[in-house]
Design a protein around this ligand. Structure first.
Ligand code: ZN
Length: 337
């Protein structure tokens, strides 16, 4: 089968690799749509921390935001899965350790991550093998585009949940990338007045074009009480800025990761009586995200700027402009193109 293989920093090509077989407990999925995200770009540039602490090695097969149809099952897996449309959890805990047994498999010390950690091949290929226990079935109303947006959506749903928004609350989201915009959509669906802060005029213009009229640069940001501030940026100073901007007794949510330490003053946290929450992974938010997409409460499809084939993955990871691409922040890959 054809797969996109990242052989080293900046070296990405389509290769013929052996198709995966369904091992015991696993299924093989025919991949229909895959999102490319910032983590993938960090692997392409060689900056990703897992490359440096031994959790990941080249060559790699990236891709952890995916949707497809189950085409084979291994021993011990219900054959009823065959033909079902699914997405899958990126995080694959070992299922036996204390954290896993307490329901926190997404932070299992021994976990692999699809297309990211522990040598588990990702979805940028015609087929993908994953444990059946990681699957989430997609209803008919959640198409492949939405299905490949469930993983980033799950992260964002959790960020919006952590902000504990009630109707009429004012939420400020720092960073209008895919995660920031998805979080804005979930915050709006929760009844909050949503503001976004960003750096590039084009990303702010895109946010406005999909209905987030309160999209500001740092200089323009109105001096208003923000009940929750969610940092979805990769800028090291913004976690402290979030704590500075939030109302006393409010919430700050940290989902963005900067390339260098981003420190906060816990005296300010205590003196403002602020609740701070960190978010890693979509796992506990996948079902709620599928439900929100299925009901139409949130429709993130405008975020997808272009859908291209596996041969374009290198160009996408390198940030090259794609002919005919729209203004959204997300690029999708269709391995069948
Ligand atoms: Zn575990």
């Amino acid at each position: 089968m054809r797969a996109s293989v990242l052989s080293g920093p900046g070296v990405c090509s389509v290769q013929d690799v052996p198709a995966p077989a369904a091992a015991g407990g696993e299924v093989v999925v025919d991949v229909e749509r895959v999102g490319v995200c910032g983590t993938d770009v960090e692997f392409f540039t060689g900056e990703m921390a897992y490359l440096h602490d031994g959790h990941a090695h080249f060559p790699m097969q990236l891709g952890h935001e995916w949707a497809g149809t189950v085409s084979a099952v291994g021993d011990g897996v219900d054959p009823g899965w065959i033909g079902r449309r699914v997405m899958g959890d990126t995080m694959l805990g070992d299922g036996t350790c204390r954290r896993c047994l307490r329901g926190h498999q997404h932070v299992c010390e021994y976990r692999t991550e699809v297309g990211i950690r522990g040598g588990r091949p990702g979805a940028l290929a015609e087929q993908l093998a994953v444990p059946a226990t990681s699957l989430h079935e997609l209803p008919d109303s959640v198409d492949a585009v939405l299905g490949a947006l469930v993983e980033p959506g799950g992260n964002s749903w959790r960020a919006a949940q952590a902000a504990d928004l009630r109707p009429g609350d004012r939420a400020l989201i720092l960073g209008p990338g895919t995660i920031g915009l998805l979080t804005a959509m979930f915050a709006q669906a929760a009844g909050a007045e949503v503001h976004l802060m960003g750096r590039s005029e084009s990303s702010l213009a895109f946010a406005r074009s999909i209905g987030f009229t309160n999209a500001w640069t740092e200089d323009e940001l109105p001096d208003l009480p923000y009940d929750a501030v969610i940092d979805a940026s990769n800028a090291a100073p913004l976690p402290a800025k979030a704590l500075h901007l939030v109302e006393p007794a409010g919430r700050v949510v940290y989902i963005g990761l900067a390339g260098s330490p981003s420190e906060i003053d816990t005296r300010r946290l205590a003196l403002k009586d602020v609740t701070a929450v960190g978010i890693l992974s979509a796992s506990p938010g996948l079902d709620a995200t599928i439900a929100a997409y299925a009901s139409g409460a949130v429709d993130p499809r405008p975020l997808v700027a272009a859908t291209v084939g596996l041969d374009q993955v290198g160009a996408v990871l390198a940030g090259k402009p794609l002919p005919g691409a729209g203004p959204g922040p997300k690029i999708h890959i269709d391995p069948r193109l």
